[in-house]
Write a protein that binds this ligand. Structure first.
Ligand code: HXC
Length: 260
């Protein structure tokens, strides 16, 4: 544990994996300002901590997160949200260089779905429910629900969810490509931790190159993306770990990566 106590999060460390559990049970983990600023603080801490190699973001109870806090938003005015750039700091999780896995255990609605999509990989329990219900509140998604979602599941699927506010279950989210695997809810954390530990055993700078390259595919043209990929691939040859990885293969032994 970090030694810091958070009002809306539980933070644990396990074998190089930093686990952030959203814990605001009275509001289905609705993402109030305090919760999001606590999350930003923990991610800053994990980013700076050499013992943390991979992060896991999960929920508790029947929710991953039921969205931005609607009760907090009710009184806000245009001037306030525009001039204060309301929720602009939410994308901290999308900007960490370390791999982040979302383990979606229940409701991932609105900002909750957007938060999951800021992570690198989404695993879901069979009880997970995804959706962008903002339209029912007279607003639209504001943290990636029209952009990341469309890239993840395609235009017609994303448009249908965003315009109707309909919710989808885990198997449908899997079939659309929003999540990579679905597990019975009692196995979700075990399976997520297995993946996290396997990733954590790799070389961190090489993981970061791979993450950067895949993320850039969402922003660059194919030619620019392929160029960046080639340069990062070339850069891996500047590392000890590339040499070690290939040498270990040749010598039929396990690599001893040093993050160098
Ligand atoms: C504030 C919320 C909340 C939310 C639930 N609660 N979601 N409070 N903000 N987003 C509170 C409820 O008010 C209630 O507290 C308690 O959590 C339990 O919720 P119930 O509704 O009683 O539970 P249930 O009947 O099981 O229904 C679950 C649910 C429903 C289907 C998830 O709560 C729901 O529709 N929530 C809102 C989902 C949503 O619209 N999300 C998008 C938000 S907008 P009290 O004390 O009242 O009983 C958004 C914009 C993102 O995310 C923009 C980002 C930049």
């Amino acid at each position: 544990s970090t030694g810091t106590t958070y009002e809306n999060l539980q933070v644990t460390r396990d074998d190089g994996v930093g686990i952030i559990t959203l814990h605001r049970p009275k509001a289905l983990n609705a993402l109030c300002d305090k919760l999001m600023s606590e999350m930003t603080q923990v991610i800053d801490e994990f980013e700076a901590d050499n013992d943390i190699r991979v992060m896991v973001l999960t929920g508790s109870g029947k929710a991953f997160a039921a969205g931005a806090d609607i009760k907090e938003m009710v009184p806000r005015t245009f001037q306030e949200v525009y001039q204060g750039n309301f929720l602009s700091f939410w994308d901290r999780v999308a900007h960490t260089k370390k791999p982040v896995i979302a383990a979606v255990n229940g409701f991932a609605l609105g900002g909750g779905c957007e938060l999951a999509m800021m992570c690198d990989i989404i695993y879901a329990s069979d009880k997970a429910v995804f959706g962008q219900p903002e339209i029912n509140l007279g607003t639209i998604p504001g943290a990636g629900g029209t952009q990341r979602l469309t890239r993840a599941i395609g235009k017609s699927n994303a448009m249908e969810l965003v315009l109707s506010g309909d919710k989808i279950k885990a198997d449908e989210a899997k079939q659309m490509g929003l999540v990579s695997k679905v597990f019975p809810s009692e196995n979700l954390m075990d399976e997520t931790m297995k993946l996290a530990r396997r990733i954590a055993a790799q070389s961190l700078p090489i993981l970061q190159m791979a993450k950067e390259a895949v993320n850039k595919s969402q922003e660059l043209s194919l030619q620019e993306g392929l160029h960046l990929e080639k340069r990062l691939f070339h850069s891996s040859f500047a590392t000890h770990d590339r040499k070690e990885g290939m040498t270990a293969f040749q010598e039929k032994r396990k690599p001893n990566f040093k993050d160098e």
